[in-house]
Design a binder for this molecule. Structure first.
Ligand code: BTN
Length: 326
């Protein structure tokens, strides 16, 4: 991805009021020449930010690109005690919490407009263009051993489905969770979760929950994403206000995590059944250096995937990735 310079961020701020601005005005505001402004506009396209040009009018952003706004998000949060950090760009919002000194405190959240080294599961990259999607990490303490958090990623997936449902309103296309934590719409990935451990000792642990949701991204350079994906814009045909949606995700995650902490995974078994994106699907999973194929028949009480093999044996898979077989 092209390097995200501060001037790119500044010109998006100027253009994000939805009005046309000519190159002379922009050059004055940015303390640059009009030639520099023209080059900057070309860079916006490299960052997948579509710009319209009008004769004698200048430039404006194509589509409603609303930047993240701390006050707006905080005012919409039900759990408004949550300290929230908003970064214009960072390597990865998970890294932001990794780099903080160890401290025990309540849940905290960090959002970024762009990530320059966004990470996915299994060593993959997470495509993180500027101002289009949600890149969120939450630092969450649990008064539990880390081993008691089995199933956490499934619960996060359920919370994301719920937040997406509320935001898309009345859409017939429902998000589901593809075990262990991909959120899918129409068999395409719309969101993913990367859970990392910040601290773990007997009876206490702190985890970093990283969530990426494709929101207003229309298209991405092919080589940047190597799996079938979609975005809420592609599903609904409408731009989503990322400030409202961020607050919705943070609130829903906190509700679900509190319930998980008190009652465990069993409190979500009914909801899982309605959101199980692999139910009765034929899959292949590589697990303990063996390739297991069979039919998915739900999860056990620890959140392990149950795969029924041709000989009738049900294999329990604790981690990995299931590939759908046609
Ligand atoms: C996956 O499905 O592979 C997990 C994707 C997780 C992406 C999010 S974006 C916010 C946080 N920061 C990262 O670098 N990764 C997670």
């Amino acid at each position: 991805m092209a390097v995200l310079h501060q001037n790119v961020i500044e010109i998006v701020r100027l253009l994000s009021d939805g009005q046309y601005h000519d190159a002379v005005f922009l050059a004055e505001q940015l303390n640059l020449s009009t030639t520099d402004v023209e080059q900057l506009v070309r860079q916006l396209e490299k960052h997948e930010i579509p710009v319209l040009w009008g004769l004698e009018k200048g430039y404006k952003l194509d589509g409603s690109l609303i930047l993240l706004n701390q006050k707006s998000i905080q005012s919409q949060l039900r759990h408004n005690y949550v300290p929230l950090t908003i970064l214009e760009k960072t390597t990865s919002t998970n890294d932001y919490f990794k780099s903080l000194s160890k401290e025990t405190g309540p849940v905290q959240a960090c959002l970024a407009e762009a990530q320059t080294a966004g990470r996915g599961r299994l060593g993959r990259e997470w495509h993180s263009p500027f101002a289009q999607n949600i890149y969120l990490s939450m630092l969450v303490p649990f008064e539990k051993d880390i081993s008691d958090l089995s199933g956490l990623s499934l619960v996060i997936g359920l919370a994301l489905c719920r937040a997406i449902d509320v935001t898309m309103m009345q859409q017939s296309k429902k998000p589901v969770v593809k075990w262990p934590n991909d959120v899918m719409i129409d068999n395409k990935k719309v969101a993913g979760t990367l859970v990392e451990i910040k601290e773990s000792r007997p009876g206490f642990c702190q985890v970093i929950i990283g969530v990426g949701v494709n929101v207003n991204m229309h298209k991405a350079l092919k080589e940047d994403i190597n799996q079938a994906w979609t975005s809420l814009f592609n599903v609904t045909g409408q731009y989503i206000d990322r400030n409202i949606f961020s607050a919705q995700i943070i609130d829903t995650l906190i509700d679900y995590l509190e319930r998980f902490s008190l009652k465990g995974l069993s409190a979500f078994s009914q909801e899982w059944e309605t959101r199980d994106g692999l139910a009765q699907s034929q899959v292949a999973v590589v697990y303990n250096n063996r390739k297991i194929t069979g039919t998915c028949v739900g999860i056990n009480e620890q959140g392990y995937l149950k795969v029924k093999q041709a000989n009738g044996h049900v294999e329990l898979i604790s981690s990995g990735e299931a590939t759908l077989l046609k």
